[in-house]
Design a protein around this ligand. Structure first.
Ligand SMILES: Nc1ncnc2c1ncn2[C@@H]1O[C@H](COP(=O)(O)OP(=O)(O)OP(=O)(O)O)[C@@H](O)[C@H]1O
Ligand SMILES: [Mg+2]
Length: 239
């Protein structure tokens, strides 16, 4: 499945290029964080990788193959939860897997335990708070034992303690051997979690370097402006 190779990726809806020749190579280890101004195509890139929509041009290859041979899970910014119990939301996701009923139930309980939602197992998932929903969505994704986990702004709109809880879960998922590719607008979070940073602007990857190096010595003018808080709106919107 890895390395994941993206070459010349283009996404041009209605004649406007959002992604315009994006190249990226990712190894199967660690947490890679995608940074970039609003509207640069971060969510889009995750959706393209998840196979949820086709690119206009370019290629995505997984260790040379057109499809990943390992499991891939994605957690959206606003997770879609079934109008069922917290427990069923996790258990349901495991139905397609060839595991026994006992294993499915055990795994579901274990995951809810690990994200601190075991005591809410019988409650309707739609009644959960924002932070609890994110933890449930992570439990559901984690239960699938993905080789690659795609996370789109997993802590947007969460308070500091909910954010910390979600970051702890993300670290544990990484430790258990999943590759994590995520987006965030929280630069503190990026410094806490990222092994490497993928900086996206102007439809391309402008920099892909170790996180420490990115924050200490950003190379591209766009990344420097971004880190100084001068969001390059023009680059994102006025092309
Ligand atoms: N399926 C689609 N069809 C047409 N346009 C799309 C589609 N998906 C995304 N776009 C456009 O592509 C651009 C990038 O969107 P995307 O959601 O990926 O940005 P982003 O980098 O995640 O921004 P933010 O930081 O605000 O989350 C937007 O202008 C969006 O309207
Ligand atoms: Mg987005």
């Amino acid at each position: 499945m890895f390395p994941l190779n993206i070459a010349g990726l283009r996404f041009v809806p209605n004649g406007r290029a959002v992604l315009d020749g994006l190249d990226l190579e990712l190894s199967g280890e660690g947490i890679s964080v995608i940074l970039g101004p609003n509207g640069t195509g971060k969510t889009l890139l995750l959706r393209l990788l998840a196979g949820l929509l086709p690119p206009t041009a370019g290629s995505i290859s997984w260790a040379g193959a057109p499809h990943p041979d390992g499991r891939l899970a994605m957690v959206f910014q606003q997770p879609m939860l079934l109008r069922l119990s917290v427990y069923t939301n996790v258990e349901f996701a495991l139905w397609p897997q060839a595991i026994s009923t006992t294993e499915r139930r055990t795994r579901t309980r274990e995951m809810l335990e690990r994200v601190g939602l075991a005591h809410r197992a019988g409650d309707c998932a739609r009644l959960l708070s924002g932070g609890e929903r994110q933890r449930l969505a992570l439990a559901r994704a984690w239960a699938m034992r993905p080789r690659l986990l795609l996370l789109d702004e997993p802590t947007a709109a969460l308070d500091p303690s909910a954010t910390e809880a979600v970051e702890r879960i993300i670290r544990e998922i990484r430790t258990e051997g999943a590759k994590v590719l995520m987006t965030t607008h929280n630069l503190g979070q990026a410094t806490r979690l990222a092994d490497d940073i993928v900086f996206l602007a102007d439809g391309r990857v402008q920099e892909h370097v170790a996180a420490q190096r990115f924050f200490a010595h950003p190379q591209s003018p766009a990344a420097r402006a971004f880190l100084q808080g001068e969001l390059p709106w023009r680059m994102a919107f006025d092309r």
